[in-house]
Design a protein around this ligand. Structure first.
Ligand SMILES: [Zn+2]
Ligand SMILES: [Zn+2]
Ligand SMILES: [Zn+2]
Length: 273
């Protein structure tokens, strides 16, 4: 599997246009991997996870042909992940030479949010699939996808995705916080080749943080993945959904995570497993 990070920031982006903190100010100057757009990803050029506010910019920047994407998974409906208005550009009369429908997957709030902005959509352009926690579906691009519950929003079932394809496994884990017990139970007996965790909080002296993960929570999650045998000798871990409020530039995060063999995502990063 190929995982392509379209974006790697938390909800404000880096730099946050409304912020004059040291990280945002330095990012404006040094740019490079310190410029982070909002989190989204593409797997094997055919399956997208989330649609960020910078969607059209991201796919232009990285030369991604999104007309080839067959499946779109939404983790939850916070605005940094659910820029659903851009789907209108795939409607009849707006996007041309489209040869297949986009299969959209998400919780009930996400599906209804799509329907609200796509009045009169044609079945040649969109199909919708409401996902139930822990119930595996096979996507049109041939991946087995299981939505696992996250510990993120109070009034929404937010999903992290366990994805299996061609004998490889990946966990796309944001936004999540410390995983709920039901999710840990479901993961028992599984093996992960690649895990993507969010690291939104920086250090917060809490290795079980709710809502979002801190650095301590990421490290505790890695320890538990190892202790429970979900990690194997070649398992890889990447952190993303990074925030200026952590107080760290990209290279600081690399120094923090490198001793733990954890990679720090950046916009445009491609991981192969
Ligand atoms: Zn988010
Ligand atoms: Zn800032
Ligand atoms: Zn969120």
């Amino acid at each position: 599997m190929k995982l392509h990070f379209l974006g790697s920031s938390a909800s404000e982006g880096i730099p946050n246009p409304y912020c004059k903190c040291e990280i945002c100010e330095r990012a404006r100057t040094v740019k490079g991997k310190n410029i982070r757009t909002r989190s989204a990803a593409v797997i094997d050029d055919v399956m997208q996870i989330d649609m960020s506010p910078e969607f059209s910019y991201q796919v232009m920047r990285d030369n991604v042909d999104v007309t080839q994407i067959k499946d779109l998974l939404f983790t939850h409906t916070h605005p940094d992940h659910f820029n659903v208005g851009d789907l209108f550009s795939r409607m009849e009369g707006y996007g041309f030479e489209i040869t297949h429908p986009l299969e959209v997957y998400g919780n009930d709030i996400a599906i209804n949010g799509c329907l609200d902005v796509l009045p009169g959509y044609s079945k040649q352009r969109f199909k919708f699939n409401c996902l139930i926690p822990f119930v595996t579906v096979e996507t049109s691009s041939g991946a087995k996808v299981t939505p696992l519950l996250a510990n993120h929003a109070k009034w929404e079932f937010c999903y992290i995705y366990f994805i299996e394809k061609e004998g490889k496994t990946m966990l796309y884990g944001h936004d999540s916080g410390w995983f709920p017990e039901l999710t840990w139970q479901w993961l028992q007996g599984k093996k992960l080749d690649l895990t993507v965790l969010e690291c939104t909080y920086g250090y917060n002296q809490n290795a079980r943080s709710d809502g979002h993960m801190s650095i301590e929570t990421v490290l505790a999650t890695q320890e538990k993945l190892k202790a429970d045998g979900i990690y194997h000798s070649a398992s890889q871990l990447v952190v993303s959904h990074l925030s200026h409020s952590s107080g760290f530039m990209h290279e600081d995060l690399v120094s923090i995570f490198e001793p733990h063999s954890i990679e720090v995502a950046y916009d445009g990063l491609i991981k192969l497993i």
